[in-house]
Design a protein around this ligand. Structure first.
Ligand SMILES: Cc1cc2nc3c(=O)[nH]c(=O)nc-3n(C[C@H](O)[C@H](O)[C@H](O)COP(=O)(O)OP(=O)(O)OC[C@H]3O[C@@H](n4cnc5c(N)ncnc54)[C@H](O)[C@@H]3O)c2cc1C
Length: 467
C-alpha cells in the first residue's frame, strides 16, 4: 500500500486528466487510475493502418471559453487548428451540407417536403412547448416534417428507443442542432432561394483528437500525477478519515478525497458503505447505449472531401461515417490511403454487437450503396467496441437519476464529475470545465467545498451538450 494521496482520480478521460493535472499544479499529491491501457477515454485516438483515427467523430466546440482554449493552445501550440465544418446529412434521398444552406435545401428537397417544412415553420410559435417527451419538444421546435425525416429516425438510431419514449431533457440538450434546422425552416418559408447559412467551425489537433488528451496526460505527469494504467477500480471504501480504492489486480490506493468520472451506476455498485436498495435499483435503471466503431481502410487516396456524413435512414444501423484525415491539415497523413469510421450505436445484446469484422465491413458497404455514397477500395477493416457511450434519457429517468445523485452527493470524500460520472450528455469542453471547477472547490487544506461545487453544478445543468 502506498502513502496516502490528497486526491485519487478515477478514470483518465478528459475530465479525469484535467482534474488530476490542475490538482497536482496546486501542489496536491494525486493518483489517477485508468482501466484501459491508454489515457483519453472516449476522446482517445488510435492508429489504423498508420493513420490516427478517433473513436467516432470528435471536434472541439468553437464555443469553448477563451480561458480554457488558451490553456489548450499552450499545450498544443499551432497543432490546434481552427477548421471549417464540411459535413453532410442525408434527408430523404439527398445529401445536404451541414451547416445547412437554405438555397441548397430549397434546391434539393422535393416540393412536397418543402411545402410541409414551410407550413410547419409558419405555425411553430403556436405549438405547445411544455411537452415532456423528446418527440413532442422537437416536433414543436422544428415541425413534424423535419422531425419525421431527420430527428425522429436519428433519435431512435442513437438511443435505441422512439422519440416519444425519450425525455424532453434530451431535446433541451440539443438546442444548437435544433435551432440550425429552425433557421433553415424559416428560410424555406420566407426567403426562398436566398443564400443563408448557419456559421460554424471547430478546433481540431493536427495529429488526431487524441493529441489533446495525450498532451493533458503529459502535463499531468510533469506536474507530478501518478498515472496508473490497466488499473480497473472495483472497490471504493469510504472511512471516517480516508478513502481506500482497490483495483482488480489487488492494488490498494488510499487518500483524502476521490474524484470519480466512472459511470454513476458503476460507482453505486462498487462503493461501501453501499447505497440503499432503492438507490441501487434506480442505478440499475440508468442505461447507456453502446457503440461499435468500424474502421475501413480505403486504398485510393481520400474517399470523400467531407469530414462526416450523418445518416438518419432507418434501413441501416450506421448513424454516421467520418473520414478522420479530412478533420485536419496534416502532411504526415499518407496521400494514397484513408480510413472511414462508421459509428453504429447499439445495445450489447444486439446481434450486430457480435458480428465479425468482415460482416461489419459488408454492412458499411451496404450503407454506402443505400445512401448514394462512393464505394471503398477496402484493404483492411478493424473494429472497436465501446460499452457505455450515450446516457439514455428515457421518459422518467429523472427520478432514478436524482435518487442516485442524492446518494452520491451525500457520501463524504467522493465527488462525481464528467460525462459518465454525472450521467450527462456533455461535450469535451464541458467535461473539462467541470474538472476545473471541481479542482477549484478543493480548499488549500484539502477539504472539499460542497457549496462552491453545488453552485458550479447548477451552472453546468443549464449548459447544453450535443454529441
Ligand atoms: C461517438 C462520439 C462522438 C463524440 N463527439 C464529440 C465531439 O465532437 N465533441 C465533443 O466535445 N465531445 C464529443 N463526444 C463526447 C466526448 O467524448 C466526452 O464528452 C468526453 O470523452 C467525456 O470525458 P469524460 O472524462 O467525462 O469521460 P470518458 O471519456 O468516458 O472517460 C472515463 C474514463 O473512465 C475509465 N473507466 C471506466 N470505468 C473504470 C473503472 N472501473 N476503473 C478505472 N477506469 C475506468 C474509462 O476507461 C475512461 O477512460 C463524443 C462522444 C462519442 C461517443
Amino acid at each position: 500500500m502506498s502513502t496516502p494521496h490528497d486526491l485519487i482520480v478515477l478514470g483518465a478521460g478528459p475530465a479525469g486528466l484535467v482534474a488530476a493535472w490542475r490538482a497536482a499544479q496546486r501542489g496536491f499529491k494525486v493518483a489517477l487510475l485508468e482501466r484501459a491501457d491508454h489515457v483519453g477515454g472516449m476522446a482517445a485516438s488510435v492508429d489504423v493502418a498508420g493513420i490516427r483515427v478517433d473513436q467516432g467523430s470528435h471536434r472541439l466546440d468553437r464555443a469553448t471559453p477563451a480561458g480554457l482554449l488558451n490553456d489548450l493552445r499552450a499545450l498544443l501550440g499551432e497543432d490546434l487548428q481552427l477548421r471549417h465544418r464540411n459535413s453532410r446529412i442525408r434527408v430523404g434521398d439527398q445529401w445536404l451540407s451541414v451547416p445547412l444552406r437554405a438555397d441548397e435545401v430549397t434546391r434539393k428537397l422535393p416540393p412536397s417536403m418543402l411545402a410541409r417544412i414551410a407550413k410547419d415553420s409558419a405555425t411553430l410559435s403556436f405549438r405547445r412547448s411544455e411537452d415532456d417527451s423528446y418527440a413532442a419538444v422537437v416536433r414543436g421546435r422544428v415541425g413534424p416534417a423535419l422531425y419525421d425525416s431527420v430527428y425522429g429516425p436519428l433519435a431512435e438510431k442513437q438511443w435505441g428507443v422512439p422519440g416519444d419514449a425519450l425525455s424532453a431533457m434530451q431535446a433541451h440538450r440539443q438546442a444548437a442542432r435544433l435551432s440550425a434546422w429552425k433557421v433553415a425552416g424559416r428560410a424555406v418559408g420566407r426567403v426562398r432561394r436566398k443564400k443563408q447559412t448557419v456559421a460554424s467551425g471547430y478546433f481540431y489537433p493536427r495529429h488526431g483528437f487524441g493529441q489533446l488528451v495525450e498532451a493533458l496526460a503529459d502535463a499531468a505527469v510533469e506536474a507530478g500525477v501518478d498515472i496508473k494504467l490497466e488499473a480497473e477500480v472495483d472497490r471504493v471504501n469510504v472511512y471516517e478519515d480516508e478513502v481506500e480504492v482497490g483495483t482488480q489486480d489487488g492494488d490498494v490506493v488510499t487518500g483524502n478525497l476521490v474524484f470519480s468520472t466512472l459511470p454513476l451506476p458503476v460507482l453505486a455498485r462498487i462503493s461501501r458503505p453501499a447505497p440503499s436498495l432503492t438507490s441501487i435499483e434506480s442505478a440499475a435503471r440508468l442505461r447507456y447505449r453502446a457503440m461499435l466503431l468500424v474502421y475501413v481502410v480505403h486504398e485510393n487516396g481520400r474517399w470523400s472531401r467531407f469530414d462526416s456524413h450523418d445518416i438518419p435512414d432507418p434501413r441501416t444501423p450506421v448513424l454516421r461515417i467520418s473520414e478522420p484525415t479530412n478533420y485536419r491539415e496534416n502532411p504526415d497523413d499518407p496521400p494514397g490511403r484513408s480510413v472511414l469510421c462508421a459509428e453504429i450505436p447499439c445495445n450489447m445484446t444486439d446481434e450486430v454487437w457480435g458480428l465479425d469484422d468482415e460482416s461489419l465491413a459488408d454492412l458499411v458497404d451496404e450503407t454506402l450503396g443505400l445512401t448514394g455514397l462512393p464505394s471503398v477500395q477496402r484493404s483492411h477493416v478493424e473494429t472497436r467496441r465501446l460499452g457505455q457511450v450515450y446516457p439514455i434519457y428515457r421518459l422518467g429517468y429523472e427520478n432514478d437519476l436524482s435518487e442516485v445523485d442524492a446518494w452520491a452527493r451525500m457520501i463524504r470524500r467522493i465527488v462525481t464529475l464528467g460525462r459518465q460520472g454525472l450521467f450527462v450528455f456533455d461535450n469535451i469542453h464541458q467535461a473539462l470545465l467541470m474538472a476545473y471547477d471541481a479542482v477549484d472547490a478543493i480548499r488549500d487544506d484539502g477539504r472539499f467545498d460542497r457549496y462552491a461545487w453545488t453552485v458550479a453544478r447548477e451552472r453546468f445543468a443549464k449548459g447544453a451538450g450535443q454529441h
